[in-house]
Write a protein that binds this ligand. Structure first.
Ligand code: FAD
Length: 412
């Protein structure tokens, strides 16, 4: 039984079919439901077309370096489900999963199922994270999450504060600014990245240099690695870099991390904006150094070429440390403060603190249960469409061995 017909559940379905393992995929909506219902209209993938490789399904179009628009992402995943003849039951919501003597009892709004093994592929981004102090936002200010935001026409005229400066926050801030509304962007930890480096897409370099293949059991601190925010990248036709410098250049005002809101609606911005940006510049420099090193070792380093390093992030001398939300300048707050999974229906004791599943590279801490699609599940790329194939191949091999009663062991 696979729960979830996003690309991760479908990649696993394909691998189980290859092994002649009978299975079914339960999906509460249509295939690619989260792309249909939880993303903003203008979203383009931040990964280039060539990089959306799924088992048995590579990019065949004539624009490998382009970035799919949202309707194209939905079509791509729906077409994949058809191409692999995935046994999907749509409009079937799993309401509970309980252990039985021989496996699991899966209750849905369309009846009960029993299975020996279960793959949780229900998504890592089901719930938008919003800090508890959001309840102190004055009623005169509307609030939306990045999941609820669709386009600027949804918003009242007037100023908008976007909280969070990773890929979702920077793209949304950019679009809203272009709609003519003044935008304040609150910046916490973020990872700055150039779209192009030495003439190629940054994702190409990270893929070629093996950065995306780094394994969960090779990094020093996997807990920390799983909390690292998404790269500040956007997929635009001109392949431009959308970093804080690009946003301040068009008039977006950047402020520090939103650390609290007082009873009377005054925001508190952390004083660490300059440090936060310097740290992000430093991390970007380290990534590009690593890429240079790999390029040198592999004959792709052209010493005559300009290094193409971006200038440091510009931060004003004394960015504001607070703002009165009741004063009327800000009409809407958009929380782009991350996402988390929803396992409220999982009645199996595998959830750790903070509601995350306890697992070892996708092998959950109870027999016959597997996880797909989680951040850095088995590799740095696990969270990307491109990462599902390798994870599904590894975990389907483990699952097959478990069903055979053999010694289930994961190979690299
Ligand atoms: C804003 C945003 C932009 C992203 N951009 C990129 C990108 O550019 N490139 C890239 O490679 N990745 C990107 N990702 C990451 C990743 O590819 C997506 O999050 C992707 O949707 C995850 O796929 P998934 O199959 O793991 O989960 P999902 O696509 O979320 O699929 C899970 C499925 O499970 C179903 N489900 C959940 N609960 C139940 C239940 N109880 N019963 C039945 N069904 C259930 C859901 O309806 C859903 O269809 C992005 C993510 C976000 C949030």
């Amino acid at each position: 039984m696979i729960i979830g017909a996003g690309h991760a559940g479908l990649a696993m379905s394909r691998c189980l079919t290859e092994r002649s393992i009978d299975h079914v995929v339960l999906e509460r909506g249509e295939v690619a439901h989260s792309w249909r219902t939880e993303r903003w209209d203008s979203l383009h993938l931040l990964t280039p077309n060539w990089q959306s490789r799924l088992p048995g399904y590579d990019y065949q179009g004539d624009d490998p370096d382009g970035y799919r628009a949202l309707p194209e992402v939905i079509d791509f995943i729906a077409e994949y489900a058809k191409a692999i003849a995935a046994p999907v039951r749509t409009h079937t919501t799993v309401t509970s999963v309980r252990p039985t003597e021989s496996g699991y009892l899966v209750r849905t709004d369309q009846g009960d199922w029993r299975c020996r093994t279960l793959v949780l592929a229900s998504g890592a981004c089901n719930i938008a994270g919003v800090p508890a102090f959001a309840e102190r936002v004055p009623r005169t200010v509307a609030q939306l999450t990045a999941q609820q935001y669709r386009n600027p026409s949804q918003l009242a005229d007037g100023g908008v504060m976007v909280v969070g400066a990773s890929s979702s926050g920077t793209q949304i801030a950019h679009e809203i600014h272009r709609s003519g509304r003044p935008v304040v962007l609150s910046v916490g930890e973020h990872i700055r990245a150039p779209r192009l480096y030495r003439g190629k897409d940054l994702e190409w370099w990270m893929d070629a240099a093996g950065v995306l293949d780094e394994r969960y059991d090779q990094v020093d601190d996997i807990k920390r690695a799983r909390r690292v925010p998404s790269l500040q990248l956007a997929g635009t036709p001109d392949r431009s870099t959308l970093d804080l410098n690009a946003l301040t250049a068009i008039g977006v005002k950047i402020v520090g991390r939103l650390s609290g809101i007082t009873e009377n609606g005054k925001t508190q911005f952390a004083g660490s904006l300059r440090n936060m940006c310097a740290l992000s510049d430093l991390k970007m420099g380290r990534l590009l150094d690593l890429i240079d090193e790999w390029a040198r070792a592999n004959g792709l380093y052209d010493p005559g070429e300009q290094p193409q390093r971006l200038p440091p992030t510009r931060v004003e001398d004394a960015p504001p440390l607070g703002m009165d939300l009741a004063a009327g300048a800000i009409k809407t707050i958009i929380w782009a403060t991350g996402y988390r999974p929803d396992y409220s229906w999982l009645e199996v004791p595998v959830l750790g603190r903070k509601g995350m599943i306890r697992h070892d590279g996708g092998v959950v801490a109870v027999p016959g249960m597997y996880l797909m699609g989680a951040v850095f599940l088995r590799r740095r790329k696990s969270t990307l469409i491109d990462g599902a194939g390798d994870d599904a191949r590894d975990l389907s091999a483990h699952l097959a061995s478990y069903l055979d009663g053999g010694l289930a062991r994961l190979t690299a």
